[in-house]
Design a protein around this ligand. Structure first.
Ligand code: SAH
Length: 349
């Protein structure tokens, strides 16, 4: 398989043009075709000389995703199943959030973290996405929005969250490149403030993130308030002591000057106990954090349930009473299997 041309970071794209002996304006033209125009066929790049187009086509693919299925929920959430060039599939979602759309993106085909509550974990990790496959999700969703704006959102700029399939920090090189492409003026030009990485918090990944300090927001997914608890629910990330993961996230918050988020999945009888909320308060006090509570989106093959609303509110109250800003995040699109990885699983991929 050839690499996708959108896997090149802006400096690599510039080098490619320079090494081909082309004048700098060709770089601008090519970037315009790749990003603002979102071209998917070399032939559409009408102002580029044919021999340049041919040469690029020999070394790179221009498109890596093909829409296989699109579902629209009653709550206006849109879910996309994309087929990649090797036949594997990934999901991306557009979630209406207040006055703007949020794009929820995948970073891997499958995932190695084995979280008990997560549909993506079921088949294990298949492979990492390459940067171009991450970038292309954004562009495909942008095109979908353009063709059919979400009613009530009036063309507002979208946020991007890495909360789809996969563990972003388990695929850091591709994530780092994607962030460069997403934020570069001559590429997607997205503001860092609009980007959020969500991680289950494996130590090596958090250390890489901290060293790179890309300035985007960070959410650390917990699902356990001490090591024993966490290992039961999130076996692989649970290998990193929870205080260590939280402290790395706290350092990241400090370095970027942005409050980070602790995400907590609420599972009935497992992660909804008030003593866990009290321990979560202690964890949240280790840094500049807010807390998002995510009531479980139940899967169809495992006997885990979401707590009743009363239980969720009681859990929240322990945190808010302790002065921690705590929000309940209901997942969108439940009627269209929007829980992480569920659409893909139902289609037997
Ligand atoms: N691997 C990364 C990003 C993907 S999961 C991470 O763990 O953060 C994104 C978020 O969805 C995480 O907070 C995860 O705990 C949550 N999640 C996954 N499956 C869920 C489910 N069935 N119900 C509710 N939340 C879920």
């Amino acid at each position: 398989m050839k690499p996708l041309i959108r896997s090149l970071v802006p400096a690599e794209l510039a080098r490619l043009v320079a090494e081909s002996g082309l004048p700098p304006f060709r770089l601008r033209q090519l970037s315009e075709w790749l990003y603002p125009h979102a071209a998917w066929q070399w032939d559409t790049m009408s102002n580029l000389p044919r021999n340049l187009r041919d040469r690029l086509a020999q070394d790179f693919d221009l498109a890596g995703l093909e829409l296989q299925e699109r579902q629209v929920s009653e709550d206006r959430t849109r879910k996309f199943l994309f087929r990649l060039r090797d036949g594997s599939t990934i999901e991306s979602v557009i979630i209406p959030t207040g006055d703007h759309p949020t794009f929820c993106l995948s970073t891997q085909v499958g995932c190695a973290m084995a979280c008990r509550f997560c549909a993506t974990a079921r088949g294990g990790l298949v492979r990492n996405l390459e940067p171009g496959e991450i970038i292309e999700q954004i562009q495909r969703l942008e095109q979908d929005l353009k063709a059919e704006p979400v009613p009530g959102l009036g063309g507002k700029q979208h946020n991007v969250v890495f909360m789809g399939m996969g563990e972003p920090l388990d695929n850091w090189p591709a994530m780092a490149a994607s962030l460069e492409i997403m934020t570069h003026e001559q590429a997607l030009g997205l503001s860092r403030r609009r980007i959020q990485i969500s991680t289950s918090g494996p130590r090596e990944g958090l250390e890489l993130l901290l060293a790179a300090a890309p300035g985007v927001g960070l959410t650390l997914s917990l699902g356990g308030s001490d090591d024993a608890e966490r290992k039961k629910v999130m076996p692989v990330p649970g290998r990193t002591p929870v205080t260590e993961a939280v402290d790395l996230a706290a350092r990241y918050a400090k370095v970027t000057g942005r409050r980070a988020t602790l995400a907590w999945v609420l599972i009935k009888g497992s992660t909804d106990k008030l003593e866990q909320a009290a321990r979560l308060v202690k964890l949240a006090r280790r840094g500049n954090f807010k807390v998002n509570l995510i009531p479980l989106n139940p899967l169809d093959d495992i006997d885990l349930e979401r707590p009743e609303e009363k239980g969720t509110l009681a859990f929240q109250e322990v945190l808010t009473a302790a002065g921690i800003d705590t929000f309940i995040r209901l997942s969108g699109g439940r009627d269209i299997a929007a829980a992480c990885g569920q659409l893909r699983r139902r289609r037997g991929a």
